[in-house]
Design a protein. Structure first.
Lengths: 194, 154
């Protein structure tokens, strides 16, 4: 009688924790948490019957020419630029054209949600690079151009919505993107120097 | 009072650790689910360039990768920058097929959202990148990302 009342012997589970810890450490070490980050871009579609002659003609004042040569030197609007950091300010001035200067891009009136009628710049940034330029240098230029757009969008978001662009709602972001559309054209490759 | 004195007399009490394995297993499952194993074994060495304005790629299942860099085994394959697709070296001409294949493997609804992440070494020359870009344009894979690490100081 007394025997049947005895408890069933417990399995010693004290080592389960150790085993689980071991597995945990293995996963912690072997997996990489690195999230993919990068600069997102849209490539222009390839037109099969494209000739250079019938590519759309854009007025000189609407183009912001950025060229990078094989020595990673920068030519912006046909002027040497010693330091890449200066590109951001120049690009911002081009995109926004706050003084409506005749040398900077034209503007077109457009209906935008939240803002009403806004004059949107027609400017296009054209980026050309040599085959010999370094990838890091190229990406730095891309980064500065992106930064110019981001800063302008942020400024506008702060003035209009009182918060940063990233924190705005989707509709607000869309409206701002319409006012400052990202137009970076990566020109057809050219061989300047092999 | 009496009760407390009695129990303290019987040696130090043991902490109940029976729920410890459960907690650890929970952590374990979290890590197993949230992390992804490395997709490919790298045969080219890639040091990503730095940029400050990077954005995160939201959905990893929509991304195909192209690696560019110097081969890891320089004695065997030389130091000329090479393209890596999946687990092997490739030429620029093979990119078209690779993109087609990756697109086939995707859900039909996801195909227009396909992104190509270009993981290229910071030191390589733009010529290779330009060729790849042209190949991608031919393959109609227009959404690309220049993979780069975040560097706030820039």
């Amino acid at each position: 009688m007394g025997k049947s009342k005895k408890e069933t012997p417990d399995l010693n589970a004290s080592s389960t924790a150790d085993i689980a810890f071991l597995l945990l450490v293995f996963f912690l070490v072997s997996t990489t948490m690195n999230s993919d980050t990068g600069l997102a871009r849209m490539l222009p579609p390839l037109d099969p019957n494209q000739n250079n002659s019938d590519s759309p003609i854009i007025k000189e004042r609407n183009i912001f020419k950025v060229q990078l040569n094989y020595q990673n030197q920068l030519l912006v609007e046909d002027e040497w630029m010693e330091n890449v950091d200066m590109l951001r300010a120049k690009a911002k001035e081009f995109i926004a054209n706050p003084m409506d200067l005749p040398t900077l891009p034209e503007k077109q009136e457009k209906e935008v949600e939240f803002f009403g009628t806004v004059r949107v710049s027609k400017g296009v940034i054209s980026l050309q690079n040599d085959r010999g330029s370094q990838y890091q240098a190229y990406l730095k230029v891309q980064n500065e151009l992106q930064a110019a757009y981001n800063e302008l969008r942020n400024e506008l978001a702060k003035v209009k919505f009182g918060q940063e662009f990233d924190k705005c709602t989707e509709e607000q972001q869309k409206a701002i993107k319409e006012i400052y559309p990202q137009k970076i054209s990566e020109a057809e490759p050219k061989n300047y120097k092999k | 009072m009496a009760v407390i004195r009695k129990s303290s007399k019987g040696g130090n009490q043991k902490l109940n650790t029976s729920s410890l394995p459960d907690i650890v297993f929970m952590l374990l499952f979290f890590f197993m689910v949230s992390t992804s194993m490395k997709e490919v074994t790298m045969i080219v060495s890639v040091t990503l360039p730095k940029a400050s304005e990077v954005t995160k790629i939201e959905n990893k299942s929509l991304v195909s990768y192209i690696y560019v860099g110097e081969p890891m085994q320089k004695k065997k394959f030389g130091s000329e920058p090479r393209i890596q697709l999946n687990d092997s070296f490739a030429t620029v001409d093979e990119i078209g097929n690779y993109i087609l294949q990756e697109r086939e493997n995707m859900k039909e609804s996801d195909r227009p959202k396909m992104t190509v992440s270009l993981k290229a070494d910071a030191k390589i020359q733009m010529g290779t990148i330009t060729d790849i870009k042209q190949a991608l344009r031919k393959a109609q894979a227009l959404k690309i990302t220049y993979a780069s690490t975040r560097d706030v100081k820039m």
